[in-house]
Design a protein around this ligand. Structure first.
Ligand SMILES: Nc1ncnc2c1ncn2[C@@H]1O[C@H](COP(=O)(O)OP(=O)(O)OP(=O)(O)O)[C@@H](O)[C@H]1O
Ligand SMILES: [Mg+2]
Length: 248
């Protein structure tokens, strides 16, 4: 199990205190798929960054199968089986797609090709391409996802995998996210997409750095659909009580 315990993330900038995450308590079980959703700036990617060790929480702990990994860095967490496909993947001039896939995992060429094919990229066209600005936004995003699939970590964090992916490839993406998940893995997908929210076991909703809803897809999905129709959403969400006190 992966546990985030009473986690806070506060940044100090020019004597200003910015609370990014506010008392986050979450438990992720092996074999389950989770969607993390919520408005822009609500703290979703920050949760992923804290799990991956890119940011250290100001308070609280990250526990993986009983081991406190809060002080571990990115490489050590990757060795423990945590992987993160970034919302905005980096470009590396001079590095080829094949090099990145090889770094992700010591795979045979066949497996590298397979990871690219799974995500709809032809290996003949892409393996030798440089990871520079010549790749389109959708291409670099797909390569990022292929890299995580190549790495095949136990804890898989996908940050808005659908961003920049065309409509024609979206179904394929949803399929591969689902079919690559196993009973030994935890898959956490940060997403706003209905199709993704529909396929997970549990949905977590964030707003203003806090968890405002969490539970089974069956319980939470109808509430999200209801709230999306709420004409007074702004007022309700400002009060931090997502739609609970809706005067409608
Ligand atoms: N290094 C930083 N300095 C200042 N503010 C930051 C920093 N990192 C994150 N934030 C702020 O923290 C908040 C949460 O950011 P985060 O990237 O986690 O949001 P998000 O829910 O992933 O949003 P989106 O849906 O737009 O990707 C935002 O308001 C962001 O501006
Ligand atoms: Mg984000």
């Amino acid at each position: 199990m992966l546990i985030l315990e009473n986690m806070n993330l506060v940044l100090e900038e020019e004597r200003k205190r910015i609370q990014i995450l506010d008392n986050i308590d979450l438990q992720f079980e092996w074999g389950k798929m989770y969607a993390l959703t919520g408005p822009n700036g609500s703290g979703k990617s920050s949760v992923a960054r804290v799990i991956m060790g890119i940011m250290k929480p100001t308070k609280g702990r990250v526990i993986l199968d009983g081991e406190d990994i809060t002080s571990l860095g990115i490489t050590e967490r990757a060795e423990k089986g945590i992987g993160y496909a970034f919302q905005h993947p980096a470009r590396f001039k001079g590095l080829r797609v094949v090099d990145l896939l090889e770094i992700a995992m010591k795979l045979s060429e066949k497996a590298e090709c397979q990871c690219l094919r799974q995500i709809g990229l032809c290996p003949d066209q892409y393996l030798e391409r440089e990871l520079d600005n010549s790749l389109s936004g959708g291409e670099i995003k797909r390569i990022e996802i292929a890299t995580l699939l190549a790495q095949d970590p136990k804890v898989r964090l996908f940050d808005e995998p659908e961003a920049g992916i065309d409509l024609w490839s979206f179904e394929q993406l949803v399929d591969i996210l689902g079919s690559s998940h196993t009973s030994d893995s935890i898959t956490i997908i940060i997403s706003h997409q209905e199709k993704i929210l529909e396929m997970v076991d549990e949905i977590i909703v964030m707003e203003g750095g806090k968890i405002t809803m969490k539970g089974s897809r069956e319980d939470i999905w109808p509430q999200i659909q209801e709230s999306a129709r709420c004409i007074c959403r702004q007022t309700c969400s400002k009060e931090g009580e997502i739609y609970a006190d809706c005067p409608r």
